[in-house]
Design a protein around this ligand. Structure first.
Ligand code: MN
Length: 342
C-alpha cells in the first residue's frame, strides 16, 4: 500500500523536460534530489533556513528556464514564491501537512498519517539509485523496507551487527556517506553548488568511499576542511557535558551551521538528555533540539509560549530560532517542561 499518489507524482516528473529541484539543505534532501536527477537531469538547489521557499528563489526558475519546479523535503512554501514562479510547482514532503498555496501539486504521506522520509518516496516512485535512497533514509533515522535489496550488493557498507539507525549512522560506511553529504552542503554557496554537481555524476557508493576518482577525491577534500571545524566544536561540547538533564551548548560562528550534525551525534551519545544546540547569528539563537525520552515537538511548542521565536519538526528532532534576549527565559521554560513529566 502506498501512502501518497505515486502514479501522479511519477507522471509529473516524466512529463517535465527541464525540471529544477529545490531540496532541503541536508543529506536526505540531497539524496532525494540525486534519485530524481537520475530520472530527469536538472539543476539542484539546496534551500536553507526554516526551511521555507521564498520569492528569492523564483528568479532562479526563470534564469534556468525550468518548465517545472520540484520542491523536495521542504516544510513550507511562501505564497510569494508561488506568485512569482514562472513554472508549475510539484511539492513532495513528509513534514506535518502544510497549507498548500493555490496551484501547487502537493504530495505528502503524512496526509494519510504516515511519516516516510522523502528519499523513500522518491525511490518508491522511481526505483533507481538505491544507495542514495538508503543513505537518505538512514540520515532521517529511518530503516527502509527496501534495505534487503541493498544488503545483497552492499551489505558490507552496514555494520555486521546493529540495533538502531544510530548504530548505522555512527558506525558504518553508510554513515560515513551521510556525514559526507551533510558536509558537502556546508560552506560557500558557489563551492556547494560545485559539490552537488560533482556528486550528481557519481553513480556508485564504492567510488565515493574508496575515493578512487578525481571527482570523489575532490569531495573528500572539502569534507576534511569541514570535518576539522566539526571536531573542534564537538570536543568543546563534550567538555561542557554535566549531569544536568539538559545538555545546552551555545556557540557563535560566522562560517556555517553544525548544530544539526552535532545534535544528532549527541543524542546518540547521550540518549537520556534533552539536547539544545544553539548557534548565535543575527541576534537570534538558531537551535537544534533532540531527546528520545520526550516528545520534543510538544516540549518545544509549550516552551515557545511568550517567547519571540519559532520552531517545529518531528517528535524526536526539532529545529528553531529564538530571539537572543528571550533565550534565557526560553531555556527556563524548557527546563520546566523537561523536568515536569518524563
Ligand atoms: Mn530533511
Amino acid at each position: 500500500m502506498s501512502f501518497f499518489n505515486v502514479e501522479s507524482f511519477r507522471s509529473e516528473l516524466l512529463s517535465s523536460s527541464a525540471p529544477l529541484y529545490f531540496f532541503h539543505d541536508d543529506p536526505d534532501g540531497l539524496a532525494s534530489y540525486l534519485i530524481l536527477n537520475n530520472v530527469k537531469k536538472g539543476v539542484g538547489i539546496p534551500v536553507k533556513s526554516r526551511p521555507v521557499l521564498t520569492s528569492v528563489f523564483a528568479r532562479k526558475v526563470s534564469e534556468i528556464g525550468a518548465d517545472k519546479v520540484f520542491v523536495l523535503d521542504i516544510a513550507s512554501i511562501d505564497d510569494d514564491f508561488v506568485k512569482s514562479c514562472s513554472a508549475s510547482i510539484v511539492w513532495l514532503d513528509h513534514h506535518d501537512p502544510a497549507v498548500v498555496p493555490y496551484g501547487v501539486k502537493y504530495f505528502n504521506p503524512q496526509i494519510n498519517g504516515k511519516n516516510i522520509p522523502t528519499p523513500a518516496l522518491c525511490y518508491e516512485a522511481f526505483p533507481v539509485s538505491l544507495w542514495n535512497a538508503v543513505v537518505g533514509c538512514f540520515a532521517e533515522w529511518f530503516v527502509p523496507d527496501f534495505l534487503p535489496d541493498f544488503v545483497k550488493d552492499f551489505g558490507r557498507l552496514l555494520p555486521s551487527v546493529w540495533k538502531s539507525a544510530g548504530d548505522v549512522i555512527y558506525n558504518s560506511d553508510v554513515g560515513k556517506l551521510i556525514e559526507l553529504y551533510s558536509f558537502l552542503l556546508k560552506g560557500d554557496a558557489r563551492i556547494v553548488r560545485e559539490n552537488i554537481r560533482i556528486l550528481s555524476k557519481i553513480d556508485n557508493p564504492i567510488e565515493l568511499l574508496e575515493s578512487s576518482t578525481p571527482a570523489a577525491n575532490r569531495l573528500w577534500k572539502h569534507y576534511h576542511v569541514i570535518r576539522r571545524e566539526y571536531d573542534i566544536l564537538l570536543s568543546r561540547v563534550l567538555k561542557s557535558v554535566s549531569d544536568n538533564k539538559i545538555l545546552l551548548f551555545k556557540y557563535e560562528t560566522e562560517k556555517f551551521s553544525m548544530t544539526k550534525d552535532l545534535a544528532n551525534k549527541l543524542s546518540y551519545m547521550f540518549p537520556d538528555k534533552f539536547i539544545i544546540l544553539a548557534r548565535l547569528k543575527n541576534g537570534e539563537f538558531r537551535c537544534s533540539f533532540r531527546g528520545s525520552s520526550w516528545n520534543v515537538k510538544r516540549v518545544l511548542e509549550k516552551s515557545l509560549v511568550g517567547v519571540r521565536g519559532y520552531g517545529g519538526g518531528h517528535d524526536v528532532a526539532c529545529g528553531g530560532a529564538i530571539h537572543e534576549d528571550d533565550f534565557e527565559r526560553f531555556v527556563e521554560n524548557i527546563n520546566r517542561e523537561v523536568s515536569g513529566k518524563v
